[in-house]
Design a protein around this ligand. Structure first.
Ligand code: GLN
Length: 502
């Protein structure tokens, strides 16, 4: 019998629509898989108690001939940064432990309206600050490819759930790479949409000018199918783009035609081409091979330069803490979650004790950095300069996109590192985001997809593709085309080479 956990969401959708399997069977298979492996992987912070009931209702409606969306009945995992009415939403923090929101994030409401089946909430670095899930207050997630390694972060839980076959698809959020970098190190696909393309309403904010919610999956088409469900205008998010969007799934399917790369100008960003310091040799090697494959399929490879990308990390680690320190001020012991009483203490004492107990060290570090950067005497020198750099980075993108239709780079400089390797050195951790941060600063969309295994350690390596703002569909077409070329070379999807767990 087919193992239902090894199928893509698109395959599951086809079988569900044809009546070959029920949503209850598909959901049960994934719950069984979670029960079997999540003790080792720890992708989930919470598993839904209602999943089977939700699945049964979809089966009943299908049997009655009700019109259902393409992904109806397909299970999905949800990053714990997203508010869910029926499940706790902690954003990986003690300060929100056990908090059940009074509303659903728009993206979650859209999943429910399209009748997907939420499986549970996935682990993450606290308030999405990190690249390894080691900053989760509830213990790290392990990489299914090598349990002694990190699954990336902050959305390591969603990426690990998908790559360990605990869920076919998942939602993540990406402020500086938290969808694309975990996808890279777990051999998954992940997309950060154009800023404003997917609603942020009900996504617990890290840095509001950078955050975007997006899909995580094992194939480009699956990511596109999820994007179509969650994307589009939301009047509840003031930064949501009001325009209509093309179908991302249609764009991905167009990419599978085999001709899609002919004449596409693929810009290799010189500053991120994998040659520089900090890039692993195997990452560079797979990147070069992938460029050769694309060229053989008719793509025109051009070198482009983005000189200000060099300052992206420095600017990001001022803008992000500034916005985060303001967003996190609402965790004051009064309105949400944790409250530490102080006998005979003032309101300030209670707030201080609560924040001291509720926030982990990385969150405190960034709050201190952010309040400092925003303080009266330093605002222009730090925050103001960082905003100017942001503008320069946006201009670099504009000039690169005059010469190329898409830009490419590795999604992360190295494969999955070992636990503890970068924990003691925040800067080493931050440098992981070198390839992903520019897209957030400019608001352009970026996709990460697997481009093979590094020869030196046999671990997954990711390719990043970026497109101009609002051209997300182009990512799916090019991404699906590259995926098809690579899979033809490998003799199947990369995940078929994953080692068995346990
Ligand atoms: N690793 C980055 C950071 O720690 C990215 C975070 C994110 O995208 N949420 O800020």
């Amino acid at each position: 019998m087919t193992d239902l956990t090894r199928l893509s969401a698109a395959d599951l959708a086809t079988r569900l629509a044809a009546g070959e399997v029920s949503s209850v069977e598909v959901t049960q298979a994934h719950l069984d898989r979670i029960a079997a492996v999540d003790g080792d992987v720890h992708a989930f912070l919470h598993v839904s108690a209602d999943a089977l009931e939700t699945a049964a209702a979809v089966d009943t409606d299908r049997a009655a001939g009700a019109p259902l969306g393409e992904l109806a009945g397909v299970p999905i995992a949800i990053k714990d940064v997203l508010c869910t009415l029926d499940m706790p939403s902690t954003s990986g923090s003690r300060i929100l432990e056990g908090w059940v929101p009074p509303y659903d994030a728009t993206v979650v409401a859209r999943l429910r309206a399209a009748r997907l089946v939420p499986l549970g909430k996935t682990n993450m670095d606290e308030f999405a600050m990190g690249s390894s899930t080691e900053h989760s207050a509830f213990g790290p997630t392990r990489n299914p490819w090598a349990l002694d390694r990190i699954p990336g972060g902050s959305g390591g839980g969603s990426a690990a759930a998908v790559s360990a076959f605990e869920a076919p698809i998942a939602l993540g959020s990406d402020t500086g790479g938290s969808i694309r970098q975990p996808a890279a190190v777990t051999g998954s696909v992940g997309v950060k949409p154009t800023y404003g393309g997917v609603s942020r309403y009900g996504a617990i904010a890290l840095a509001s000018s950078l955050d975007q919610v997006g899909p995580v999956s094992r194939s480009v088409l699956d990511a596109a199918l999820v994007h179509d469900v969650i994307g589009g205008h939301d009047p509840r998010d003031a930064t949501s783009i009001p325009d209509a969007w093309p179908s991302m799934a249609a764009a991905a399917r167009a990419g599978q035609s085999g001709e899609a790369l002919a004449g596409v100008r693929v810009g290799v960003v010189k500053e991120l081409d994998g040659d520089g310091e900090g890039f692993q040799a195997g990452v560079r090697q797979r990147f070069t091979e992938t460029l050769d494959l694309m060229a053989a399929a008719g793509a025109e490879i051009v070198e482009v330069s983005a000189p200000n990308f060099e300052y992206a990390i420095a600017a990001y680690y001022l803008i992000l803490p500034a916005e985060a320190s303001s967003n996190l001020a609402k965790f004051d012991s009064v309105r949400f979650g944790l409250r530490r009483e102080v006998a005979g203490g003032t309101v300030e004492d209670v707030m201080a004790a609560t924040r001291e107990a509720g926030f982990g060290p990385e969150v405190k570090r960034r709050i201190i950095l952010g309040t400092y950067a925003l303080s009266a005497g330093y605002y222009d020198a730090y925050y103001g300069s960082a905003q100017k750099v942001r503008t320069l980075i946006q201009r670099d993108f504009a000039s690169c996109f005059e010469q190329a239709d898409v830009l490419v780079s590795p999604s992360a400089p190295t494969t999955a590192f070992r636990f503890g390797e970068k924990l003691a050195d925040p800067l080493a951790m931050y440098l992981n985001d070198v390839t992903t941060i520019p897209a957030n600063l400019a608001g352009v969309p970026g996709m990460g997809l697997p481009m093979g295994l590094a020869p030196e350690d046999g671990l997954p390596v990711g390719l990043q593709i970026m497109a101009p703002a609002r051209e997300d569909a182009r990512l799916y077409t090019v991404g699906a085309a590259v995926e098809q070329l690579l899979e033809a070379n490998w003799g199947g999807p990369l995940w078929t080479q994953a080692p068995a767990l346990g």
